[in-house]
Design a protein around this ligand. Structure first.
Ligand code: SF4
Length: 375
């Protein structure tokens, strides 16, 4: 999908040298990351082992999680991203929109569940403008005072700003004043426009995503960084995406963590029309975590998302560079919409079981990675 020169497959000796160098502090190039995404057979374990070593050196043996809840205010969306099984159009029988009272009630329920984070992203509702996003923040603040609000993403910021005729910077500033604690780094998908044209032609460009993320960081709003992989992108596209994230982090230091999101294909238009493969394989999932750990030398935390990977694969990801297992969730609906099951809630006791089974220690964290007492 891009014009980067295709690297030749690495020989065993080249792979050993590259991994040794990376562990000694050498910064991998984008082309080298692409080569690592391509390794097969037992070389996969060598990459994973190097990434695990890097993880141990950088962040130690603790695996973190956050107690959080999702509130997806509406699934009505003007866009039609091919990888999305969540969005609905007006008139669809299962389209929904939560009123302000419902949002407040859900936020209060989240507080009663002892969450420290409420995460809210929604469809791009045809009637939403900047004020709608501010109102959502206010309702959550009212329903769950003191809870960190991890909300929206650069696409929603661009949409709200455009609908209200203000700049994205102004929009972010208003959101911060209304209680935004941090911005979701979703809508990144793959930051290669040729791929975006296929999977999400109605979304902001790579350049626009980067600009809004940089604005957020500049305003002191931390964000996550994500990638959505396993559809029609190449290894080079993935590597190029990581290169953009690393460059932003060098300049701003605003990313809290990197969250690889494995494509859930079942109920998506992209898969149904044959324009995407049936998600990433286990090898690809493992390498996504491992190569990210080795390449992103400036982002301390790599999340293995149990929602996207399933708990067993997430546990294996913890042995390949991952150090965060994500959130408890409560009420996940985006992956469920695309056909995933069992994504509603994960009990920390179950997280503890798999984390300790991997030889590590589970600790509860805040959104911004302060460790909280107790697990
Ligand atoms: S991914 Fe987001 S913007 Fe795209 S169709 Fe789904 S809800 Fe809408």
């Amino acid at each position: 999908m891009n014009c980067m020169a295709l690297p030749a497959p690495l020989s065993g000796k080249e792979l050993s040298t590259l991994l040794d160098d990376a562990l000694a502090g050498y910064r991998l190039s984008v082309a080298e990351a692409a080569s690592l995404f391509k390794v097969k057979g037992r070389d996969v374990w060598r990459v994973a082992a190097a990434a695990d070593e890097q993880r141990a050196r950088r962040v130690g043996d603790v695996v973190t999680y956050v107690r959080n809840q999702n509130i997806n205010v509406t699934n009505l969306c003007i866009n039609s991203c091919g990888f999305c099984g969540f969005s609905r159009k007006p008139g669809d029988t299962d389209a929904y929109y939560h009123s302000s009272d419902t949002v407040k009630k859900k936020a209060a329920e989240a507080l009663a569940r002892d969450v420290t984070e409420i995460c809210t992203v929604s469809g791009l509702h045809p009637d939403f403008d900047a004020g709608s996003y501010l109102q959502i923040l206010e309702c959550i603040r009212e329903g769950a005072p003191g809870v960190h609000i991890h909300a929206s993403n650069p696409m929603e910021v661009a949409y709200g700003a455009k609908k209200s005729g203000i700049s994205t910077r102004e929009m972010l500033s208003l959101m911060k004043d209304a209680g935004l604690g941090s911005l979701c780094g979703t809508a990144a998908e793959i930051l290669v426009d040729d791929v975006r044209k296929v999977i999400c032609p109605g979304k902001i460009s790579s350049q626009e995503w980067e600009r809004i993320i940089r604005e957020a960081h500049d305003l002191g709003i931390r964000t996550t960084a994500t990638i959505m992989y396993g559809h029609c992108e190449t290894e080079e596209d993935r590597a190029q995406h990581l290169g953009i994230l690393r460059r932003i982090q060098d300049d701003t230091g605003g990313f809290t963590e990197f969250v690889p999101l494995s494509f859930i294909h079942y109920r998506t238009p992209l898969y149904r029309k044959g324009a995407a493969r049936a998600g990433a394989t286990g090898r690809e999932d493992l390498l996504m975590v491992a190569v990210s750990r080795l390449f992103l030398d400036n982002i301390p935390h790599i999340q293995v998302s149990w929602v996207k990977l399933g708990l067993k694969m997430a546990q294996v990801g913890l042995l390949a560079g991952g150090d965060d297992i994500g959130g408890t969730m409560f009420e996940e609906s985006i992956s469920k919409g695309a056909g995933a099951s069992g994504t509603d809630y994960l009990d920390p006791a179950e997280m503890k079981r798999v984390v300790e089974d991997a030889g590590r220690t589970l600790r509860r964290r805040t959104t911004l990675y302060s460790i909280l007492p107790g697990a």
